[in-house]
Design a protein around this ligand. Structure first.
Ligand code: NAP
Length: 216
């Protein structure tokens, strides 16, 4: 993937949108677009997770399904692309965000500034992530929250252990994050409509492949 600096710009800013995307929904897409605009990002690369350490592999859908749904959802936005870097890792190997960030850090020109975008609840756990100090030094974090999320939670939890990390974590409230992947999976399993929660192509993909029919 080659990226060129646009005329007059001294630094490229890239957002890495990390998540399970099981399935991807409008909340994720609105988040990525809002962050792109607010932070002046040149591109947002969606990175469907491989096998993150906090989840059993059987808890999530097949990586190929999650990748394809992410491609379908992002196809109409010229600033969005999708990376296979995590899902192509062997399924029995855990995928750590530090390895993903190092991959992009090494891959791009050194003038590229990286932002890792994900849910605030995930970032709340960042001090338990592998090599979190290095992570916080080579990348900025954007934590997307649902309305009503207690923002001080991040400050209290992370600030108590690592106050300097807070300057590198930006919090953004996104009303559309009221939609959640869990909610969509539950509705499918109950035979309810999921129209307008994800792009139509993703909804059709879910129905065609009979995903989430047997959720508890
Ligand atoms: P999760 O625990 O399934 O999700 C936590 C919350 O964040 C959920 O409410 C989720 O909503 C939301 N969320 C997830 N991705 C989001 C995104 N891109 N934008 C906005 N909200 C998002 O989290 P996860 O998806 O498994 O993990 C998030 C990212 O953190 C992944 O890239 C994962 O690899 C990384 N991670 C790394 C480590 C590590 O390196 N040690 C550990 C844990 C997580 P939805 O369910 O609606 O998406």
């Amino acid at each position: 993937m080659t990226l060129h600096l646009s005329k007059g710009k001294e630094e490229l800013s890239i957002g890495l949108m990390g998540g399970t995307f099981d399935p991807i929904h409008l909340g994720h897409l609105v988040t990525a677009e809002e962050v792109r605009i607010q932070f002046g990002l040149d591109r947002v690369i969606f990175v469907p997770s491989g096998h993150p350490p906090h989840k059993e592999a059987r808890e999530v859908s097949d990586p190929e399904h999650r990748y394809l749904m992410t491609v379908l959802a992002t196809i109409t936005n010229p600033f969005f692309t999708v990376s296979r870097v995590e899902i192509d890792k062997p399924h029995d190997k855990l995928t750590f965000t530090i390895d993903t960030i190092r991959y992009f850090h090494d891959h791009f020109d050194k003038r590229v500034k990286l932002y890792f975008i994900t849910g605030a609840d995930a970032i709340l756990e960042i001090l338990t992530w592998k090599d979190y100090q290095e992570l916080l030094s080579i990348c900025s974090f954007i934590a997307a929250t649902r309305p009503g999320y207690y923002l001080n939670k991040l400050e209290e939890t992370i600030g108590a252990v690592c106050p300097e990390a807070l300057s590198n974590i930006h919090v953004l409230e996104i009303p559309a994050m009221a939609i959640s992947s869990t909610f969509i999976r539950k509705r499918v399993s109950e035979g309810k409509t999921i129209k307008y929660l994800s792009p139509e192509s993703v909804t059709q993909y879910i129905l065609k492949n009979r995903l989430y029919q047997d959720e508890d």
